[in-house]
Design a protein around this ligand. Structure first.
Ligand code: 16Z
Length: 448
């Protein structure tokens, strides 16, 4: 291995209470909200085909015009209690809110910037009421913070000369001050979700990102921060130059999921997902495919089956309301989670051989294994192959707690014959297992 001062400092996952909690939550809500919701992907009658929150980088959008939008930001229909109730009904257990996106506009009245909500017609802090409402609803809050800041005069994508380096140093002080300010103002937040850390100015100062992580942990012990914050002193990001994960979980799964358990290398990880193909902030015209309830449920269940968290993104309008598609999606997901959430919360990789019908999820630290069926076989019979030294002591449908009698079909394999092959939504079956020898057939009958 290469000697590193600013690479990973920990082998293996964190095991402290704050990380155990983060891992148990499994399902989060991302919220991208800011000035970009005003143009909403359109300007001067033209539609921007990129991500709405990046419209300032569009050649048709003059920077000056974008930078004046704060004068119009007045979310008169903002209702944080309603937002929290919607998230709770959906079954989200944590929420990540954009404190400031790459445009640098702060949703809180930061004393380190003039480009904040205090300068808008709304004037008042938006983060505090949100954090209070979500915490009251029993939902943890994490803060998204973009290092890239298109508004700040000292931001540099790369440091080309002494003047750049001086600006870069001033900018690092600004970043540290704003983060400390957020922790001081919002002491109940559980983590930071860093973004905009791909520019050379950041990548080439791994030492700063390392010191910043340690500074924030010292200020707020237990804080959960993903790998996106970090570079090592050789410019390696997420994974250091020895291939070891930096930060508390792998944070690279953006609009994509790992395929198999091998892809996650035993690390904690989290996937973040948009409802359309690539829109985080509110875009008036969603183009292309909009994901359905069952598609999102499969991504959530697959993530948990591979030991990860899944976060679904919402982009509120400039007035503080949600578009109908997002409201319907939240409600539909919530309906399924109300009945089947036990299979998701506190879920982990089960250690069973993957089958085509869907995913296994083990309730953390127990012998209870859930089968979440997405692909009903034409036979209506679900194949289960038990891992070594595992015996099956009970099988039941989650819905209605109906007992099922599996058929032993040789060695460590069983068929679970389902009475009804029809399925409109993912079906959950609970397997009770015990550690033991894979004795001869029918040990389920004996155990009954
Ligand atoms: C492909 O380059 C990207 C894609 C997404 C992003 C930003 C999005 O604006 C959103 O905030 C997402 C979480 N982040 C990675 C930045 C650069």
């Amino acid at each position: 291995t290469i000697a590193l001062k600013h690479g990973a400092h920990r082998m293996g996952n964190r095991t402290d209470a704050d990380m155990v909690r983060w891992r148990s939550l499994r399902f989060g809500q991302f919220i991208h909200w800011g000035l970009y919701a005003i143009p909403a992907g359109e300007w001067n009658g033209k539609t921007y085909n990129g991500a709405a929150e990046w419209i300032r980088s569009w050649k048709e959008m003059p920077h000056k015009a974008y930078d004046q939008l704060y004068r119009q930001f007045n979310p008169v229909n903002f209702n944080p209690q309603q937002w929290a109730a919607q998230a709770k009904a959906m079954g989200a257990k944590y929420m990540i809110i954009t404190t400031k996106h790459h445009d640098g506009f702060c949703l809180w009245p930061s004393k380190y910037s003039k480009y904040t909500i205090a300068a808008s017609p709304w004037k008042k802090d938006l983060l505090g009421p949100m954090i209070d409402a979500y915490n009251k609803a029993g939902i943890d809050v994490h803060l998204y913070f973009s290092i890239i800041d298109w508004n700040h005069p000292d931001y540099r994508a790369s440091l080309k000369n002494a003047a750049d380096s001086a600006a870069g140093k001033r900018f690092q002080v600004f970043v540290k001050n704003q983060l400390a300010e957020l922790l001081q103002r919002y002491p109940t937040i559980k983590g930071f979700w860093f973004d905009g850390t791909w520019d050379d100015s950041w990548k080439n100062d791994g030492a700063f990102s390392d010191e910043l992580e340690q500074y924030l942990q010292a200020l707020h012990p237990g804080l959960v921060m993903g790998s996106r914050l970090r570079a090592d002193e050789k410019g390696a990001r997420h994974f250091d130059s020895n291939g070891r994960l930096m930060g508390d979980y792998e944070q690279g799964w953006e609009r994509k999921l790992p395929a198999t358990i091998a892809d996650v290398h035993g690390n904690d990880w989290e996937a973040v997902m948009t409802v359309p193909e690539n829109q985080w902030g509110y875009h008036a015209k969603w183009m292309g495919h909009v994901k359905t309830v069952n598609e999102i449920l499969e991504m959530l269940v697959k993530s948990v089956s591979l030991n990860g968290n899944f976060v679904l993104n919402f982009g509120p309008k400039a007035d503080g309301t949600y578009r109908a598609e997002e409201q319907q999606l939240a409600a539909g997901i919530g309906e399924w989670m109300k009945v089947n959430g036990a299979a998701v919360y506190d879920g982990t990789y089960a250690g069973f051989e993957k089958q085509d019908w869907g995913y296994y999820i083990r309730k953390s630290g127990t012998d209870s294994v859930y089968m979440v069926v997405f692909n009903m076989p034409v036979s209506g019979s679900l194949r289960v192959k038990l891992p070594a030294r595992t015996e099956l002591t009970g099988v039941s449908m989650m819905q209605g707690n109906v007992a099922l009698a599996p058929e032993w079909i040789g060695r460590n394999e069983y068929f679970i014959h389902l009475p009804n092959k029809q399925q409109e939504s993912p079906m959950v079956i609970l397997l009770k297992t015990v550690k033991g020898e894979n004795k001869d057939k029918g040990n389920v009958e004996k155990a009954r």
